[in-house]
Ligand binder design. Structure first.
Ligand code: F6P
Length: 544
């Protein structure tokens, strides 16, 4: 049986069962137990999808045909599976809780990882207890992380998520090259008590380097030329950090086998550690390591990353649903959808296979979302009654940090459950007619109103339920999604670890700058397309 045949069988199975309602699947009394999986207190409920035993067997066959088990081993042992960049993919080594060597080019990478973690801990704790001080002898009250993409989204998301654990300096994140971002951030801060971390894997990213130079000028304006006490860097490029004037002991390095969007487990996570302390950061790593162990050992049906990936493939490739909504019912996960956008869309937004040939089927879906309950009052209308079906992924804690506000959390849980229930149940034409009649509609008006009030329902969702948003749980959740993206990438046969598609825009931005600042010769304008010329004229010679 070839891979293509298995896909065809799965598509046929979908066609034969598409009319079975989600609700009727619960006629089987153990549907929830059979179509959910749990590890270390984290539950994935995928029972409100149209997946059944036959679909799962075929999906399991697809993963076997894609060589998933081998690909997992290759990733964890450090094979160079990022083939277009000739790199290993070892973010898992940053959180590994083993002394078994993990080798890249024959060398064990663990000693250097452990040493850097120590260096981070000494620095973060000294900053927190005030033994590292500013150039004026003051205790640091604020830290600004300057970075973008993977050097920003991970630490910014996680620092916000773990706010109840903050007992260190305040952390701020500047990413956008729009001067508004750094200007608004600096406005409330005192250079004498502010530390700036410049986080860039490559130390060449134009947004980060531009913001870093602006921050340096801001520091110098108050502190004079010696700002070294106020600077630190996170990068793989030590030559560039020293050229920028950052003392070597203030540089936290990592290797090129840590992808930007997978980097928050190492030095890119420094702001998280500064905010919550070394012990809590270790808990965060432990949560991810626990998910790694689970991913490597749990059987197919019990394996959370694999099953989350299977819901994704089923919805995207078989049901034809092109996007997925990430809906955390957890205000502190408000940046989680943005974080997952990079993780998922930069990893799997590809249209060629590992060998460079066109992919035979759709790859990465559109990922988007906002926290509940806010989204309910904004875009959920389309989730319930729009013409497209959008599978939803709900995230919810059993317990809130605000133990003194139990009613808030009860309402939050009720709303979360109500939404997945409403998406599944919908409202039939008969029920809609009864409601319209109660509201006084009769005859044709009643029929019309019933049309507006009915919902098709039958819209799938999955729910991730966890005990409480602790550092351990956050580590589990992020690692779960990392591995989900990996499994989907393996099934689609693509390289989830490069990002060539972002290069062209970067190159064009650099070449457009002289046209924007007016230093380019006239021929350079002529070489541009009509739209770009028109927009340049509007933006570089604005009229009132
Ligand atoms: O442009 C995309 C990207 O390369 C991301 O992959 C990366 O996370 C981001 O830019 C920032 O890169 P760096 O950490 O090298 O500044």
């Amino acid at each position: 049986m070839t891979q293509t045949q298995t896909w065809q069988l799965l598509a046929q199975h979908r066609a034969q069962t598409a009319d079975v309602s989600l609700l009727s699947r619960f006629d089987a009394p153990d549907r929830f137990q059979a179509f959910s999986a749990e590890t270390d207190g984290l539950l994935l409920d995928y029972s409100k999808t149209a997946l059944d035993t036959t679909a799962l067997s075929l999906l399991e066959r697809i993963t076997a045909e894609a060589g998933l088990a081998d690909r997992i081993s290759q990733m964890f042992r450090g094979d160079k599976i990022n083939t277009t960049e000739d790199r290993a993919v070892l973010h898992t080594a940053l959180r590994a809780q083993t002394d078994e060597p993990i080798k890249v080019d024959g060398d064990d990478v663990l000693p250097a990882i452990r040493q850097t973690l120590q260096q981070m801990e000494s620095f973060a704790e000294a900053l927190r207890d005030g033994s590292i001080r500013s150039s004026t002898g003051a205790k640091f009250t604020d830290v600004i992380n300057i970075g973008i993409g993977g050097s920003d989204l991970g630490p910014a998301m996680a620092t916000l998520a773990l706010a109840p654990y903050h007992d260190g300096p305040r952390c701020h994140f500047v990413s956008n090259v729009d001067g508004a971002h750094i200007a608004d951030t600096l406005k409330g801060l005192d250079p004498q008590t502010t530390l700036v971390i410049i986080a860039s894997k490559t130390f060449t990213t134009i947004e980060t380097m531009t913001n870093a130079r602006t921050a340096l000028d801001w520091l110098r304006a108050t502190l004079g030329d010696d700002t070294s006490a106020h600077l630190a860097a996170v990068s793989t490029a030590r030559d560039k950090t020293s050229a920028f004037g950052i003392a070597p002991e203030r540089v936290f390095g990592f290797a090129d086998w840590v992808g930007g969007r997978y980097s928050l487990w190492g030095p890119v996570g420094l702001p998280i550690m500064i905010a919550i302390g070394a012990e809590n950061f270790r808990q965060f790593l432990s949560g991810a390591a626990a998910m790694d162990r689970h991913f490597r050992t749990a059987p197919f049906r019990e394996n959370l990353p694999v099953m989350l990936a299977m819901t994704g493939i089923w919805h995207h490739n078989i049901c034809g649903y092109g996007s997925r909504a990430i809906l955390p019912y957890d205000q502190r996960l408000s940046r989680f959808p943005a974080y997952l956008q990079q993780l998922d869309m930069e990893s799997n937004g590809k249209s060629v296979a590992l060998d460079g040939s066109p992919l035979p089927r759709d790859s990465g879906p559109i990922v988007w979302g906002e926290p509940g309950t806010n989204g309910q009052h904004a875009f959920y209308q389309l989730l319930h009654q729009g013409t497209r079906v959008i599978p939803a992924e709900f995230l919810i804690a059993a317990e809130a940090h605000e133990g003194d506000l139990p009613h808030h959390h009860q309402l939050l849980v009720s709303n979360c459950l109500a939404q997945s229930e409403a998406l599944m149940l919908g409202r039939s034409r008969e029920e809609a007619r009864a409601i319209a009649a109660k509201r006084g509609f009769t005859g044709d008006a009643l029929e019309q109103m019933a049309g507006h009030l009915s919902f098709t329902g039958n819209r799938p969702s999955v729910t991730l339920a966890y005990p409480k948003l602790t550092p351990f749980v956050l580590g589990q959740l992020i690692a779960l999604y990392e591995h989900r993206v990996f499994v989907e990438g393996v099934v689609w046969g693509l390289n989830s670890f490069d990002q060539w598609g972002v290069e062209l825009g970067k190159e064009l931005a650099v070449s457009l700058l002289p046209l924007v600042d007016g230093s380019a010769p006239a021929e350079a304008y002529e070489a541009k397309d009509g739209s770009t010329r028109g927009l340049l004229s509007k933006l570089t010679h604005p009229h009132p």
